[in-house]
Write a protein that binds this ligand. Structure first.
Ligand code: ADP
Ligand code: MG
Length: 234
């Protein structure tokens, strides 16, 4: 399969702090790629760089056959890069229905609409008129993913989706990601929960101090105890 998203040589700064060092990655159509690495390794900054929320000072991002240097975040979203940030950003004073409707991106139609998203998230269907702020952490995570799907993304980016969730909800999230995968959704995620990463990914990139220090199929990563102990808190 062709790469749908490739990045290379990304150098990203926050003010004077150099955070990403020649970071690169590749995501093929239909594949699930997971960035792993300790807190502060640069996973979120990588996603922010792809979206141009933190524009890299140098490097290349190619998405959907296009060179994306300097494209503002809303244009990245229109091209089909759907980003679910780590802090979820549910709009508290709006209902679940309104939060979902805000995910619609003009010009992007496809498999996902309010009905199909609610079929995928039966819990959300039961709380359509509840305010976002009244949802539990797990419900909010489902809502942010549902909202991103409403934009019919070509690549769905999930930044540490299991963070702070109970084991039961993590289990539901795993089933959801596996289902999206079976349906052919292309997913780029980051995780510190290695069991979750191993369960859902096709390939893994390990980040350390703003660099990709290892990239390979999930099976090689699973069997590489040395990489796991050197770069991860396992
Ligand atoms: N807004 C910011 N300003 C300055 N430094 C930041 C900011 N956000 C993150 N950093 C620093 O950038 C590095 C990478 O952070 P981040 O990309 O959030 O890592 P991860 O997502 O892997 O935990 C860390 O050293 C972090 O302290
Ligand atoms: Mg992060």
């Amino acid at each position: 399969m062709n790469p749908i998203l490739t990045a290379g040589g990304l150098n990203t700064f926050y003010g004077r702090s150099h955070i990403l060092f020649d970071m690169g990655l590749e995501v093929r159509q239909g594949e699930t790629v997971c960035l792993v690495g300790r807190n502060g390794a640069g996973k979120t900054t990588t996603f922010r760089s792809l979206m141009n929320l933190s524009p890299p000072k140098s490097g290349r991002v190619r998405f959907m056959g296009r060179d994306c240097a300097g494209l503002p975040p809303y244009k990245m979203a229109r091209l089909g890069l759907g980003f679910v940030p780590e802090d979820r950003r549910i709009l508290g004073p709006f209902s679940v229905r309104e939060n979902l409707e805000m995910g619609v991106i003009s010009g992007r139609t496809g498999r996902w609409n309010l009905e199909s998203v609610l079929d995928c998230f039966p819990t959300l269907r039961r709380m359509l008129d509840r305010m976002g702020a009244s949802l539990s952490g797990g419900e909010q995570q489902m809502l942010t993913i549902g909202r991103a799907l409403m934009g019919n993304p070509e690549v769905l980016i999930l930044d540490e989706p299991t963070e702070g969730l109970s084991p039961v909800i993590v289990g539901e999230l795993k089933e959801l990601v596996l289902r999206l995968k079976r349906e052919g959704t292309t997913i780029l995620l980051s995780e510190q929960n290695i069991r979750f990463a191993l369960a859902v990914s096709d390939s893994v990139a390990v980040m350390d101090k703003g660099r990709a220090v290892y990239t390979g199929p999930v099976e090689s990563f699973r069997n590489d105890a040395e990489i796991q102990s050197r770069y991860l808190a396992v």
